[in-house]
Ligand binder design. Structure first.
Ligand code: 13P
Ligand code: SF4
Length: 351
């Protein structure tokens, strides 16, 4: 049973959630979730914890318990700088691992035993070691959506918000860029590089020249892979005054046909700043709910709803359990952490 103090804050939270989310979340769900959120917030204070929430968290959780919301880069910075004893990462495993790498003296909790990501699962540390043998001396830029072991094999990390700039900062002729095939395609376009896929047969050349090349991998985000050029064309035909925003994990032809591409937080800022009456987000659908709630004066087109199944594992119920039982604790072996930290710090210092 709830204490009076908890009941009071549950009511406050319900009022707060209702004012923001009444158009996107049913009332009965808001009442239930406000109760849970109030218990989490009480426990959070008692345990001196901070909750970081990625922009893909479901709306009620995002607006009730997250002390800080943001994209991968912003949340990494928050994780590195917090002085709280516990970091609860409402996101996926690679994000929680990044928090542990950057701030190892804190206890980092992920409210899910899994928390995967099709990009992080798409490459291993052995793959990078093999690439280094094949392309000696070529620097390795690795997307933050990877495991700690993969980060440890990398020279520098990048995020969706700084990928092209990180590649350019190296002033290198050839660069290995891992593991997202589409992000690599988008970075190759922005930086004017030729893209090479070592795992794919190149019919006309046996040994392609590495001059100004981006050597890429073939992992994909299972969510952004679903958006097609035809989707963009259909929207342009049906609703020509729509501003279309695509995450850089989308196919290069989709990004090309869109009006804006940027990290999840950059997309949120763009919607807030645009005068266009309607917009379409080519990204994960819970973020769509969060953006719709924050911009009630603009129409968000709902072309299709693609939910990240991994982000979807993070619930208020499991967050409460994680804080109550101190589970699931993220550990990174120290030799791996030290090397991964070097690659991450290089990015944070650069950006
Ligand atoms: P952002 O860094 O843009 O938030 O992206 C993270 C992610 O997983 C996108 O699918
Ligand atoms: Fe990974 Fe894609 Fe989910 Fe982001 S949306 S966590 S890249 S599977």
């Amino acid at each position: 049973m709830s204490t009076p103090a908890t009941t009071e804050s549950a009511h406050d939270l319900y009022t707060h959630l209702r004012s923001r989310l009444r158009d996107v979340v049913p009332d009965v769900e808001l009442r239930y979730k406000a109760e849970l959120a109030a218990r989490i917030n009480t426990l959070k204070r008692e345990r001196n914890a901070i909750i970081l929430g990625h922009n893909y968290m479901e709306p009620a959780l995002f607006h009730s318990i997250a002390d800080v919301g943001g994209d991968s880069l912003e949340l990494s910075r928050q994780a590195a700088n917090t002085d709280k004893d516990i970091i609860v990462f409402c996101g996926v495993r690679f994000m929680a691992e990044t928090a542990k790498i950057l701030n190892p003296s804190r206890t980092v909790l992920l409210p899910s035993a899994r928390g995967g990501c099709s990009l992080a699962d798409g490459i291993t540390a052995d793959d990078i070691r093999a690439l280094r043998e094949r392309y000696p001396g070529v620097p390795v830029v690795t997307y933050i959506n990877t495991s700690a072991e993969v980060k440890a094999e990398s020279d520098i990390i990048c995020t969706s918000g700084n990928a092209a700039k990180v590649v350019e900062s190296l002033n290198a002729d050839a660069v290995i860029f891992l593991p997202d095939e589409y992000l690599a395609g988008n970075v190759a376009k922005t930086t004017g590089r030729r893209i090479i896929f070592p795992t794919r047969a190149m019919p006309s050349v046996s040994t392609p020249t590495l001059e100004h090349a981006l050597i890429a991998w073939t992992a994909r985000c299972e969510v952004h892979d679903k958006f097609t050029l035809e989707d963009v064309r259909n929207i342009r035909t049906q609703f020509p005054d729509t501003v279309i925003l695509a995450h850089p994990e989308c196919r290069p032809e989709v990004v090309d046909a869109s009006d804006f591409s940027g990290s999840t937080s950059a997309m949120i800022r763009f919607v807030e700043d645009t005068n266009a009456p309607r917009y379409l987000l080519l990204t994960e659908c819970s973020m769509g709910d969060n953006v719709a709630a924050a911009n009630p004066d603009k129409d968000m087109l709902r072309m299709c709803s693609v939910r990240c199944p991994h982000m979807n594992e993070i619930t208020l119920e499991d967050t409460l359990e994680a804080l109550t039982k101190t589970q699931h604790v993220i550990e990174v072996p120290e030799p791996v952490r030290v090397r991964a930290h070097r690659a991450l710090t290089r990015m944070l210092e650069f950006s």
